[in-house]
Design a protein around this ligand. Structure first.
Ligand SMILES: Cc1cc2nc3c(=O)[nH]c(=O)nc-3n(C[C@H](O)[C@H](O)[C@H](O)COP(=O)(O)O)c2cc1C
Length: 249
């Protein structure tokens, strides 16, 4: 048992459940989101950690069909360009994937970052000028997990040309769009990431990603066993029997 400030077992289970069962959503039901629910998600995002406590984020709530249609057109153009990065079967798989739910989702949300919120310098920025952007991603993840707990789907759409997005949303410099999200109720939260399910990429084995003391530093026996035990007992291995085959092919 870790320190005395730990949550109760039920509370902890809830946190881990939100983490494991969070999915990127691309299919949405038309049902509107209650404003109180949306407010809770925005509040969760606003409690994210931020470098120098600068809270560099803003949230642009998009409901209008007109704006969504413009963004969708942007997505279609960007997807066509990105599809050119792939050839053969990979290209076919890419073009068959549904990678957004912009028009169907009742709410679109652009989370922006103002890297100069408290002026040109800030605590923790000197050696990490990108830290405001990391902070904004932390806010997004808070929202994503809170949404899962609320039964609300969130899909992140990054296949958008940044300057065009800035123009459509009238973002002044240096406000940067970090995340364009689709939010709404969903028919289901699939068990595994869709990109894992269709064979785009496997979940990498955790043990291969953990080093000690230095890059590629070997794990201690104790950590190795603990990682193995955690992965085997967490319940998130279900349905992964085919992965070994897929990784080989
Ligand atoms: C920064 C970022 C950008 C993403 N952009 C897209 C996107 O444009 N389209 C899409 O379908 N999914 C996008 N995703 C979702 C990922 O595909 C998804 O998180 C990943 O496949 C794992 O699936 P899961 O979120 O359901 O666990 C993005 C995720 C992140 C973190």
């Amino acid at each position: 048992m870790f320190g005395g400030s730990a949550f109760s077992p039920e509370q902890r289970a809830g946190v881990y459940e939100a983490i494991r069962k969070r999915r990127d959503a691309r299919v949405f039901l038309p049902d509107p989101l209650p404003e109180e629910g949306l407010a809770r998600l925005l509040h969760a995002a606003h409690h994210g950690p931020s470098v120098g406590y600068m809270q560099p984020w803003n949230f642009i709530v998009i409901r209008s069909a007109e704006v969504k249609t413009q963004i969708k057109a942007l997505f279609l153009r960007a997807r066509q360009v990105e599809a050119g990065d792939f050839t053969g079967e990979r290209h076919n798989l890419y073009t068959s994937l549904k990678l957004e739910g912009i028009v169907e989702a009742p709410i679109n949300l652009c989370v922006t970052c103002d890297p100069t919120r408290f002026g040109p310098v800030g605590l923790g920025h000197h050696f990490a000028p990108e830290a405001p952007f990391y902070s904004t991603c932390c806010a997004v993840q808070n929202l994503w997990l809170a949404a899962r707990a609320e039964g609300i789907g969130v899909g992140w759409v990054s296949i958008l040309e940044r300057e065009e997005l800035q123009r459509i949303l009238q973002l002044p410099s240096p406000i940067t769009p970090v995340a364009y999200l689709c939010l709404g109720y969903v028919p289901e939260f699939v068990q595994r990431p869709v990109l894992e399910e269709v064979g785009w990429a496997p979940r990498l084995p955790l043990a291969a990603l953990v080093y000690e003391e230095r890059w590629e530093g070997e794990q201690t026996e104790a950590l190795r066993h603990a990682l193995q035990h955690e992965v085997q007992t967490c319940g998130c291995q279900k349905g992964r029997a085919n992965d070994a085959t897929r990784e080989k092919s």
